[in-house]
Design a protein around this ligand. Structure first.
Ligand code: AMP
Length: 393
């Protein structure tokens, strides 16, 4: 068997999955978390059920030992033939998934200034997995790589040229693995070759981004140099006037770090509602008349609709709008509200189809005759495994 171990390493957690591509199965998935707290723990889901393992030491090395132990216990260790690593930022170095060697590790390290929180953790995961599986090929899959096909007019900011040339200040985009996966799935659902499709992909989870995908290639996206730009998200503001930084500093005496913290961690759905970053909770609160929750959802959907319309520009036509991510796959309300703003593009919601599309199902939610809105379940682990296999073959 040729199974791929997919690793997604954060600063205090390590997510993993074992994917068997031949049967399209996730054999096992899990999360090692609280890696630097008193009781680090490993949770594993597989056909054998849910298993919780207490880790005896802190840190990523112990988490990796725990994962090895579980693979061994379930007789899966010898089946692992490759390891695919999610890496957040590949800058302009990486335009596709790449087999990891010393030069690749160095290039990921060189991208640390662009993703100071994520890339060091991703490197740690690579280091530990290479120690655990020294004889297997390791492949890096970058969140940014899919967007490297964007034309310069889409990725440049209107800033002094040297900020781009010398410091790489440009739009990179994220969630590339998810956008690529769902657009490929959407082409299949539409019964069209991917090369002939013009698709808008809205990944709506805790982080949210939207991408225009023409013929299978990203031509514009809402996230920028960092994942803060664009749509309203769970706790991130998305787009705002950059002068707000100065205003907050002058009126409230906030430091740059304080402003950045508020924009990333206290804004978005949480900020407007004053209640929660969780879409489900907000929908319940809205149904009970909570004004903040209602407004947060309205701002979320309106901003999203504006971006859908904007993404029609580079596409020229829209064959389908894809909803994915926890919110996109499950929130009938968000889909309905967003489409209600998009009559201009010819979308007509089919309420019955919309109501039935929850919990990982994929399919259309619009009436025939106009552009299609589709719900497509994302599967980043599967895409990472697919790309790992592609690179190695
Ligand atoms: P993700 O980051 O893709 O796991 O998505 C997380 C988001 O999906 C959270 O805001 C959840 O509230 C939202 N979500 C998950 N299930 C539902 C649901 N049934 N209805 C509305 N939102 C949901």
């Amino acid at each position: 068997m040729h199974d791929t171990l997919v690793i997604n390493c954060g600063s205090s957690s390590l997510k993993f999955a074992l994917i068997r591509l031949s049967s399209q199965e996730t054999l096992l998935s899990g999360l090692a978390e609280k890696l630097f707290e008193a009781e680090p723990v490993l949770t594993v889901k597989s056909a054998a059920g849910k298993q919780v393992v207490k880790l005896s030491e802190q840190g990523h090395a112990e988490a990796m030992r725990g994962i090895l132990g579980v693979l061994q216990e379930q007789d899966l260790l010898s089946q692992v033939s490759s390891v695919g690593h999610r890496v957040v930022h590949g800058g302009e170095f990486f335009k596709s998934a790449t087999r990891i060697d010393a030069a690749v590790v160095q290039a990921i390290r060189d991208c640390i200034p662009l993703a100071p929180l994520h890339n060091p953790a991703n490197l740690l995961g690579i280091e530990e997995a290479m120690k655990a599986f020294p004889d297997l090929p390791h492949v890096a899959i970058f969140d940014t790589a899919f967007h490297q096909t964007m034309p310069e007019q889409a990725y440049r900011y209107a800033l002094p040229d040297n900020l781009y040339q010398e410091h790489g200040v440009r739009r990179y985009g994220f969630h590339g693995t998810s956008h690529q996966y769902v657009t490929q799935q959407a082409a299949k659902l539409l019964g069209k070759p991917l090369e002939d499709t013009c698709l808008v992909s809205a990944h709506l989870g805790n982080g949210c981004s939207i991408t225009a995908v023409k013929g299978g290639q990203s031509v514009d996206t809402s996230m920028g140099m960092t994942p803060l730009e664009g749509l309203v998200m769970g706790t991130r503001s998305g787009d705002l006037d950059p002068n707000i930084h100065l205003f907050l500093s002058q009126t409230l005496g906030w430091t740059l770090e304080q402003v950045t913290n508020v924009l990333n961690k206290k804004s978005g759905l949480l900020g407007i509602s004053g209640l929660s970053n969780d879409c489900r909770e907000l929908e319940e609160a809205k149904n009970q008349g909570h004004a903040g929750a209602t407004l947060a959802l309205e701002v979320f959907c309106y901003r999203l609709a504006k971006y859908v319309a904007a993404m029609a520009v580079p596409l020229g036509r829209v064959d389908a709008l894809i909803f994915t991510g926890g919110i996109g796959e499950n929130s009938r309300f968000v889909r309905e509200k967003t489409l209600s703003h998009l009559g201009i593009l010819g979308f007509h919601l089919d309420p019955e189809k919309n109501a039935g599309m929850v919990g990982g199902q994929s399919g259309p939610i619009t009436r025939e005759g106009g552009p299609v809105a589709l719900v497509v379940g994302t599967n980043e682990e599967r895409m990472i495994a697919l790309q790992t296999r592609e690179v190695l073959s």
